[in-house]
Design a protein around this ligand. Structure first.
Ligand code: IMP
Ligand code: MG
Length: 334
């Protein structure tokens, strides 16, 4: 394994947190590093009855010895990060790259009005305005933020050392492929590229150091905010299917559509995915809830998986069958 990159295959909210935490734990990952935009709309990790709500820290937090890092490309909201570091008591294993940039109060307010709110429907976390300041070269660096003293380091050097010494590195992306500034449904996108190459660049890892790219797709597609979405159903129909979800942070209802082979195929290409993880399988096939053995799935559920493998040409290695980290079918060693 040494370096595995995990990215979202649709529009975010694919359940990456669950897959990241599962791999982090099972593979005893040495270091988990986050690339991506900045605070996400909220990853939920449920392990041994305990619920972790994470917006800044890597979701591999449940591995007790796993080091937790944020790459230079990431935008840091110091109060959100420090709350999580305190709450989960991970001061000694957290590091923020010195060159990461800071989300300031002015970015938060600029993200809550005007075209970003009205036209794009952003999450209001200040990331777009902060990245704009970064491009203008007037953003504040993490190393100049007094509140982050004690967490600052050279993450790029650390992650390269991990890979060079053949220890396990997990690189965690945020948002999803079609929210990418370059490859998504522009202008209804986030403020930077979020495909696998960009996530690696965020943490300072070159393309030759990556072994695997796991693309996470939910069993159906959801999207929050504005922008095109093929196959979108009415909120009522989504509700009937049990696909109606609400944004973890914003509380906004998520729009829903059936699983899209077309999107998954394009996302696999854009990310050079080597395998697929499918989440919320138990929502699509309730009889599979908490199953951990692929052989025990009903034929129609297996057909769904095998059709995806046939169409995209890469294996579906992980299948999430419940909210708990352990509710996972792992076909990697079969
Ligand atoms: P921004 O990233 O907050 O600027 O929002 C840009 C677009 O990406 C909006 O459509 C958001 O709803 C969407 N988006 C941003 N972050 C997330 C996320 O974590 N999950 C789902 N959608 C997101
Ligand atoms: Mg999310």
């Amino acid at each position: 394994m040494p370096a595995v990159v995990i990215v979202g295959g649709f529009f975010g909210d694919e359940g990456k947190g669950k897959i990241v935490s599962y791999i982090g734990l099972k593979d005893k990952v040495h270091t988990a590093v986050r690339g991506g935009v900045g605070p996400n709309a909220g990853h939920t990790v449920i392990y041994q009855g305990k619920t972790y709500k994470l917006r800044m820290l890597p979701s591999a937090i449940i591995g007790e010895n796993t080091r937790l890092m944020l790459g230079a490309g990431v935008l840091v909201n110091p109060s959100v990060l420090l709350d999580e570091v305190d709450k989960y008591d991970v001061w000694s294993r957290t590091m923020v790259d010195q060159m990461a940039c800071i989300i300031e109060e002015k970015h938060l307010s600029a993200d809550k009005s005007g075209h970003l709110k009205e036209m794009i429907g952003t999450t209001g976390t200040g990331t777009g305005p902060a990245n704009a300041d970064r491009v203008l070269r007037i953003a504040k660096l993490a190393k100049d933020e007094p509140r982050l003293k004690g967490l600052i380091g050279d993450v790029a050097e650390e992650v390269n050392k991990v890979v060079d010494s053949r220890k396990r590195l997990l690189v965690e992306g945020t948002q999803g492929t079609f929210l990418s500034l370059y490859h998504g449904t522009y202008p209804y996108v986030t403020s930077k590229d979020v495909t696998a190459s960009a996530i690696c660049s965020d943490v300072g890892l070159g393309p030759k150091k990556v072994d695997e790219v796991v693309m996470v797709c939910k069993s159906y597609v959801t999207r929050v905010g504005a922008g095109p979405m093929e196959g979108e159903m009415s909120l009522e129909d989504a509700q009937k299917k049990g696909w109606q979800e609400f944004g973890t942070v914003t509380g906004r209802p998520r729009r829903a559509a059936p699983f899209s082979i077309k999107l998954a195929k394009r996302a696999a290409m854009l990310n050079s995915a080597t395998s697929i993880a499918i989440t919320k399988f138990d929502i699509l096939f309730p009889e599979t809830a908490n199953e951990t053995d692929y052989a025990k799935l009903p034929a129609h559920a297996k057909r769904f998986v095998e059709e995806i493998e046939g169409e995209i040409g890469i294996p579906v290695t992980l299948i999430g069958t419940g909210a708990e980290v352990d509710s996972t079918i792992d076909r990697r060693r079969n």
